[in-house]
Design a binder for this molecule. Structure first.
Ligand code: ADP
Ligand code: MG
Length: 678
């Protein structure tokens, strides 16, 4: 079996085993399926065959003395001219001052980097002196950790292959493999590690993308079927009169989208099925209001409710607003990590004795010491911030409470159905009347001084501003430096009259909370931050959102950030500073200035589908796949979803013998399917 421990592979001793474990590799199967995250090829091509903005390898003679210059803090730029055939190409190396000693006029070099067709320029990421060995094969690039050098990894993967030849079972039935012309599993696996050509690699990838999407969809749909068929949930007979009077006591009328979502939620509550529903809606669309009505319904049916949110500040904010809302109707309490001692014991006792109707809190809610008397309704806000385990732990505190997940990331409906296949989805796609859309401007080039005076004007009116510095994927160290630089600049310009705060990922949680609290209380006028600025935090007095290098963000992320402002009565502004090179980037900026509708944006995002990760998976809670990308490989995902629906619908896994291997594979995930199997 491929499930045997990697320690049985020849050449893996105790030490290497533990390093491989750190990479998440425990079984031979894990090792064989540890795919390269990228493939490089250093095939030298003539300039005419290069693609703008893509990686390229070229070869030429250095015809100018390499010039080194420094800028910013410890940043350097080395540039020289490279003669390639009859063309003069500019080569630029960032932060590689050491290369100055290695490269001289007259040298022949092979350089690899990003090609700029318009400027005949290459941003070099790798260089080798001398001519390239022609026909270098495709080089797989693996994610490595200390203690596992590339060659060692390659060697043990190869050994694992040799030792387990014949054990790699094809889990797709022939009918499906034929229908999509997918290569055999073992051959495809081999190609993933040792590609013979780009074409072979492409087909191997195509196979695994489909395979993993199909398996994922089968699991999700099995779970969903199970939820639907099981009748172990509670029938919550809520009191309609009380509910109506509660809704009427609200200072506004529900939008149609809110009414529709509420009806879907109430229907789940009344039914003997457990609710497992995702409530999607833009920031400020009124999800919390709907959720609160659901909570109240549960209380009138004699149950308790819980609201779990990702941070203490959010918990505090929700607690305050629910307390006001439920004044005279229900007891609301707050439980977070910082509530300790006697106070904590009192709350816990009251929860256990059903003296508290609604408990609001962070993950403190799922600790063993928290015992509910009769938990009926659970809301998990910003659901993606919690792991599956945490979500399940909370759910298991009640007998079988109805669970509502909320997310403020608008995900196109089609994608949501696919991504959250095990949940029902309700959508609030309409904003309450009278909201002022955030005015969004795209500012090109260096207009910093104008932006600064704009910030000044808003602060003079008593408002506050966020300034966001980008997250550079490769290095959060650089991000933080960036943020610190901007912070220093702004402090120099604005202080002492205007106070500037700084927040980034390296701060401890309590430091972050402290800065946020200061900002929320208007003790800070400007908050400079990386994108860690808390999702969902509500500072209605902030009216300006400035985003540096906006081209680095995906549309959804820009929209999320913009959602931090426009929460009060005053007109708010979002200023995108950015100079996108490509058409896709420009298009994104334009779309941002044209619409405030998150669903529309996310649809556009899906359409643009340029390179990179628009959705920001971590932000959206979309599942991550090994080979496939939900956005990029959207078609394959749809195909897999339809196929899975057919397989589940017709019970093919049980009926058709050629599906046996697939069935075994799907069901081997006890972790996810435990409650389906038991
Ligand atoms: P979300 O949780 O989706 O971000 P909330 O439920 O917190 O949104 O609502 C945001 C704000 O809008 C709150 O101040 C809330 O009282 C208000 N609100 C909610 N629904 C409506 C509505 N139908 N009409 C007007 N205001 C509303
Ligand atoms: Mg909310």
């Amino acid at each position: 079996m491929l499930q045997r421990s990697i320690s049985e592979v020849k050449g893996i001793g105790e030490k290497l085993q533990s390093h491989l474990n750190e990479l998440g590799l425990f079984t031979v199967e894990d090792l064989l399926f540890y795919f390269p995250h990228r493939y490089d090829s250093y095939e030298v091509k003539p300039l005419t065959e290069l693609t703008h903005n893509e990686k390229a390898t070229i070869e030429g003679e250095i015809v100018s003395e390499p010039a080194l210059s420094y800028y910013g803090r410890k940043k350097s730029r080395l540039s020289f001219t490279l003669q390639v055939d009859q063309f003069a190409v500019k080569a630029v190396l960032f932060n590689r001052a050491f290369a100055k000693k290695q490269l001289q006029q007259g040298d022949t070099v092979t350089v690899t980097g990003k090609w700029d067709q318009q400027r005949l320029q290459i941003t070099v990421s790798q260089f080798k002196k001398g001519e390239s060995k022609s026909q270098d094969p495709i080089q797989p690039v693996y994610t490595l950790k200390e203690g596992v050098p590339l060659n060692t990894l390659k060697k043990v993967i190869r050994t694992a292959f040799e030792e387990s030849a014949g054990e790699i079972v094809d889990i797709l039935p022939e009918s499906l493999a034929l229908a999509y012309k997918l290569p055999d599993r073992q051959k495809a696996l081999y190609q993933m590690h040792y590609p013979d050509s780009r074409v072979m690699l492409k087909h191997a990838k195509r196979r695994f993308i489909y395979e993993e999407f199909l398996v994922f969809q089968l699991k999700m749909q099995l779970l969903r079927k199970h939820h639907r068929e099981s009748t172990t949930g509670q029938v919550q007979s809520y009191n309609n009169d009380k509910l109506t009077s509660f809704v009427q006591s609200m200072p506004f009328e529900l939008t149609n989208a809110q009414k529709k979502s509420l009806a879907e939620i109430l229907k789940d509550m009344k039914s003997p099925h457990r609710m497992n529903r995702l409530l999607q809606g833009d920031v400020g669309s009124g999800k919390t209001a709907v959720a609160a009505i659901g909570l109240y319904a549960s209380i009138t049916a004699g149950y308790q409710g819980a609201l779990m949110v990702p941070t203490e500040i959010l918990a505090e904010q929700h607690f305050q607003s629910l307390k006001t809302m439920f004044e005279g109707r229900a007891e609301v309490a707050l439980l977070t990590g910082s509530i300790k001692g006697k106070r904590r014991r009192e709350i816990l006792a009251a929860v256990e004795q059903n003296e508290i109707d609604i408990l609001v809190g962070t993950h403190a809610l799922i600790q063993d010491e928290v015992i509910f008397d009769s938990l009926g309704f659970v809301i998990v806000d910003e659901q993606h911030r919690f792991g599956v385990e945490q979500r399940r732990a909370l759910r298991d505190k009640g007998l079988a409470p109805d669970v509502l997940f909320m997310t403020a990331t608008p995900i196109p409906r089609t994608l949501a159905i696919t991504a959250f296949g095990d949940m029902d989805v309700s959508v609030i796609d309409e904003m309450p009347a009278g909201r002022k859309p955030v005015d969004t401007y795209w500012v090109k080039g260096d207009m910093t001084s104008r932006v600064l005076s704009f910030i000044q004007k808003e602060i003079d009116k008593g408002h506050q501003a966020y300034v966001i510095c980008p997250l550079i994927e490769e290095s959060d160290q650089l991000d933080i430096q960036n943020a610190i630089e901007v912070y220093d600049q702004l402090s120099a310009v604005f202080e002492p009259n205007i106070s500037v705060g700084l927040m980034h990922g390296r701060l401890h949680n309590d430091e972050k909370e402290e800065v946020m609290q200061q900002f929320a209380e208007n003790n800070l006028n400007i908050l400079v931050s990386t994108t860690v600025v808390e999702v969902g935090v509500n500072v209605p007095n902030a009216t300006v959102m400035v985003i540096y290098d906006a081209q680095r963000f995906g549309l959804s992320q820009l929209h999320q950030l913009r959602g931090r402002v426009g929460r009060g009565a005053d007109q708010s502004y979002c200023i995108l500073l950015g100079d996108p090179k490509g058409d896709v980037g420009k298009e994104r900026m334009r779309i941002m200035t044209e619409t405030n509708d998150g669903f529309e944006l996310s649809e556009q995002d899906l359409k643009l589908r340029g390179p990179g990760d628009f959705f920001g998976k971590k932000q959206s809670g979309l599942p991550e796949f090994k080979v496939g990308d939900m956005v990029h490989d959207y078609r394959a995902l749809e195909t897999a979803r339809k196929d899975a629906a057919e397989i589940i619908g017709e019970n093919t896994l049980e009926k058709d013998e050629s599906y046996q291997a697939l069935k075994d594979y799907v069901y081997s995930d006890r972790h996810l399917l435990g409650n389906v199997l038991d």
